[in-house]
Design a binder for this molecule. Structure first.
Ligand SMILES: Cc1cc2nc3c(=O)[nH]c(=O)nc-3n(C[C@H](O)[C@H](O)[C@H](O)COP(=O)(O)O)c2cc1C
Length: 238
């Protein structure tokens, strides 16, 4: 594909078919992404690849954890305090999940969310509908592969920056090969379920996940959130 077409066609896929992704293709995509630039060429990231039985175990365990977290957030202060003490189900990810958005960014987030729910017919007040859609994150949108990206703790913001560049390379390589992807911050809420399956170095912190597979012909995949006009992203001259 032409580079511009790859850029234009990459979008977040939130419904995947059952078609498996061959190990050969997956390795090829990852190998392509390794040519990404990084701070002093340190490549300060590690990737855990979940597929097969490992992925199915996570697909089974994460959605109920999400249900519990939501009911905890909506529950009594006592229940919340108890959970803090027992650490039962509370987020144990390495980075603080963003719940409060800066005032200037919140409208962009709201608009994107509203347009997505509108497209798939979930009404504004339909809390359960929204919950079930959010929950799909933890089922990896049915994808046959999920990747988890860890970043070295010792390079400050530059590790996540480099990992972001790597992720974009990977997503573009996947698009070029006819696959779909969805980067998912939601998958960084819990680290502990991953510890069961992977030997993660302690100095690497869980940044986000990425679902990967073949795009299903579903309405949700036609979502194309608008971008800010370029002008809004340019710092004005004095
Ligand atoms: C770091 C990062 C984290 C994201 N986390 C999620 C997520 O948890 N769930 C989700 O459905 N989409 C997630 N997205 C996808 C964004 O919502 C999406 O990229 C944005 O709305 C623009 O849409 P597009 O990717 O289709 O162009 C994430 C994207 C990035 C880059």
């Amino acid at each position: 594909m032409e580079f511009k077409d790859v850029m234009a066609q990459r979008h977040s896929v939130r419904a995947f078919t059952d078609q498996p992704v061959s190990d050969e293709l997956l390795n090829e995509l990852l190998a392509t992404a390794t040519s990404s630039p990084s701070w002093s060429n340190t490549q300060p990231y590690q990737i855990a690849v979940a597929k097969g039985a490992v992925l199915e175990d996570l697909r089974e365990r994460l959605p109920p954890m999400f249900d519990d977290l939501v009911s905890l957030a909506r529950g009594s202060k006592f229940k919340q305090l108890k959970a803090m003490v027992t650490k039962d189900g509370v987020p144990d990810g390495d980075f603080r999940p963003i719940t409060d958005y800066p005032k200037d960014l919140q409208p962009r987030r709201n608009a994107t969310g509203q347009q997505l729910y509108e497209l798939i017919g979930i009404e504004r007040g339909d809390k359960m509908g929204r919950h079930l859609q959010m929950r799909e994150n933890f089922r990896f949108f049915n994808a046959p592969v999920a990747l988890f990206i860890f970043v070295h703790e010792g390079l400050d913001v530059y590790s996540p920056l480099d990992a972001g560049i790597f992720l974009q390379s990977l997503m573009l390589a996947a698009t070029d090969a006819g696959l779909g992807t969805c980067a998912q911050g939601a998958l960084a809420i819990w680290r502990s379920p991953l510890e069961k399956h992977f030997s993660i170095p302690e100095n690497y912190k869980l940044l986000c996940g990425l679902s990967l597979g073949y795009e299903a012909d579903e309405t949700i995949n036609r979502f194309k959130p608008q971008r800010q006009p370029l002008q809004a992203l340019l710092v004005p001259e004095r």
